[in-house]
Design a protein around this ligand. Structure first.
Ligand code: SF4
Ligand code: SF4
Length: 136
């Protein structure tokens, strides 16, 4: 297993008070097929292309995001919010051509600040591991 894969698998992501992936996006997709219940979110759900999504505020933030306190519906947050890891996302996208990444950012489908968060957190762990690797 490579060093990056090892980090992603074995080093839990500590989000702290980041919340960047809750901000400025088209909306959080819900996946009833893996356990999301759209009814739980009442009027905060809309259907786009046959897929339920959480609505966003006018500025693009998730309707449940409070910038002071974080997610206001944490216990019921969707599956994607429970499993998302910006470090994996960063690794997947960095392998794609820059033009493709830029096009996705322009469309609002790729969030640059989230990508930066993934890169920063991945680098921090890899750098903290370096002395151990040298010692081996
Ligand atoms: S951008 Fe990354 S660190 Fe920040 S909340 Fe999302 S998953 Fe966590
Ligand atoms: S439901 Fe909560 S965790 Fe998920 S995007 Fe919205 S504010 Fe963030």
């Amino acid at each position: 297993m490579g060093q990056v894969e090892d980090v992603l698998k074995n080093q839990p992501l500590d989000c702290g008070a980041c919340n960047k992936c809750c901000r400025k996006k088209p909306g959080i997709l819900l996946f009833p097929e893996i356990g999301d219940d759209p009814a739980v979110y009442g009027d905060n759900v809309e259907i786009v292309d046959d897929r339920p999504i959480l609505k966003t505020k006018p500025n693009g933030d998730c309707v449940y995001l409070d910038l002071e306190t974080g997610c206001t519906n944490y216990e019921n947050r969707p599956r994607v919010c429970r499993t998302y890891d910006c470090r994996s996302d960063y690794i997947q996208w960095i392998e794609k051509p820059r033009a493709e990444r830029r096009a996705m950012m322009k469309k609002g489908l790729l969030n640059q600040s989230v990508q930066k968060e993934g890169r920063t957190r991945l680098k921090a762990i890899l750098q903290s591991k370096r002395p151990l690797i040298v010692a081996d």
